[in-house]
Design a protein around this ligand. Structure first.
Ligand code: PEP
Length: 234
């Protein structure tokens, strides 16, 4: 049984626009908030869409700069995301880490989120070669040590890099083992999300695990029907 409130989070990555067909208001029609009082649903669209969305789900950013403002061309601060309607912000997504974000950067971004009044979703996860070398738990535990600042309210998303956007999902046994290890490290109050090719077909077996408190969803979160089907499994 889940003791923490489930969080079902969609990361739209660089997809979507003002005239796009997928809209949070459709989510509300498919799975009304009156039927999902037991869980939270979050959509993280591109920052350009945040201010135009206000439809019964939580909204989040996909990344933020560590500074409040300044000469950082192309970047968005946590304060700007908050101003545009965000409640959460993803930090340390593997696609950002692959682009150069270090644990130190992720730590600073998570602190910025807290400073702005946002809840950071801090992503961690091992590569395939690290898993094959038996290093998965060690890698994740070191990432958590280095990326998570001393703040009260944050979410961890465990996303094995080899399972993101690949159609390969970690087995429930692997996820269970990793989430139990993360739980032992971070304590009882932190929501732990699994991410990596979550779809309606595998959501139930993953969300049934004791220390899986939700999911971070890429591809399947672009369609409101499949996002709702995953949310219904929580
Ligand atoms: C993600 O981008 O965080 C993710 C898990 O993507 P997908 O669900 O497409 O694997």
């Amino acid at each position: 049984p889940q003791t923490l409130r489930p969080l079902i989070a969609a990361n739209w990555k660089m997809h979507g626009g003002l005239s796009w067909t997928s809209k949070p208001s459709d989510f509300e029609a498919i799975y009304p908030s009156s039927e999902r009082r037991h869980l939270d649903v979050l959509i993280c669209p591109p920052a350009t869409l945040l201010a135009s969305m206000n439809d019964g789900v939580f909204l989040g950013g996909q990344d933020c700069h560590a500074a409040v403002s300044g000469a950082h061309t192309g970047d968005v601060s946590a304060e700007m995301l908050k101003d545009a309607g965000a409640t959460y912000v993803i930090v340390g997504h593997s696609e950002r880490r692959a682009g150069g974000d270090t644990d130190e950067d992720v730590h600073a971004k998570a602190e910025a989120a807290k400073r702005a009044g946002l809840i950071p979703i801090i992503c961690v996860g091992e590569t395939e070669s690290q898993r094959d070398a038996g290093q998965a738990e060690h890698v994740v535990s070191e990432q958590i040590k280095a990326s998570v600042p001393d703040i009260a309210n944050y979410v961890i998303a465990y996303e094995p890099v080899w399972a993101i956007g690949t159609g390969k999902t970690a087995t429930p046994d692997d996820v269970d083992e990793m989430h139990n290890a993360i739980r032992a490290q971070v304590g009882p109050d932190v929501q732990l999300l699994y991410g990596g090719s979550v779809k309606p077909a595998n959501a139930e077996s993953l969300l049934a695990l004791k220390n899986v408190n939700g999911a971070l969803i890429g591809g399947a979160g672009l369609e409101m029907e499949s996002l709702a089907a995953i949310a219904r499994a929580a």
